[in-house]
Design a protein. Structure first.
Length: 63
């Protein structure tokens, strides 16, 4: 079972790296756009659970 979880984590990491490369190339189309939309969507979720309230405040001042 541990190996299955490790494989899944590696697949997720590979997809994240591919999305980041796509976003660096062109963040307005294709996988780069989807990667950026995911980052914008998940950012506030993680910021709410962050221990550092200052990060939450800075995040929403930027966006």
């Amino acid at each position: 079972m541990e190996h299955i979880g490790t494989v899944i984590i590696y697949i997720i990491m590979i997809c994240a790296v591919l999305g980041a490369i796509g976003a660096i190339k062109d963040a307005q189309r294709g996988i780069g756009k989807e990667f950026m939309e995911g980052i914008y969507t998940i950012g506030p979720i993680f910021a709410k659970f962050s221990r550092y309230n200052g990060i939450y405040t800075v995040y929403f001042q930027i966006y």
